[in-house]
Design a protein around this ligand. Sequence first.
Ligand code: ZN
Length: 189
Amino acid sequence: MILPIYTYDQPVLRRETKLIDGDSAEIQKLIDDMIETMHNALGIGLAANQIGKSLAVTVVDLSDMKGYEETTPLVLINPVITGSNGESVYEEGCLSLPDIREEVVRPSEIGLTFLDRNFKQVEMEADRLLSRVIQHEIDHLHGKYFIEYLSAFKQSLLKGKLGRMKRGDVDTDYPVAPPPAAKKTAKKK
Ligand code: ZN
């Protein structure tokens, strides 16, 4: 089922998500819904709190990206970054921050552990785009947006766009759930 994507600045996007303590039909359904929602929005990653569920699970699918055509969707439950190396710059976007794209500096390689969707413990190393997307998604699970890495000056330039987003003034090709403040404003009309 395709679910609306929560946009800036829904409180659930600012909160630390809860670790998942075991498998269940609900978790498996959530994972399926997340993959479907990500594909529908043409995204390459989605965290559970982006669809309003404060749980530590994220999905990544790079199969539409050059060089990753042979890859399949990756499900990361309770992921933890265990090490990092190097530095790289890449222009990031986010389904919860439509219309904003900015260059972000991050470690180029990471080591991580997580549970796959069968709740099997996995240890993995990631580099290039995969490392980038996983870091972006794990940040979501800790309540962090990529724009928090930008300089105060660059963040100030985004104020107008972010203000409109907060009021629910977003234009996307996928269903969204704007923040509660936006709903209040809309009701007054
Ligand atoms: Zn994002």
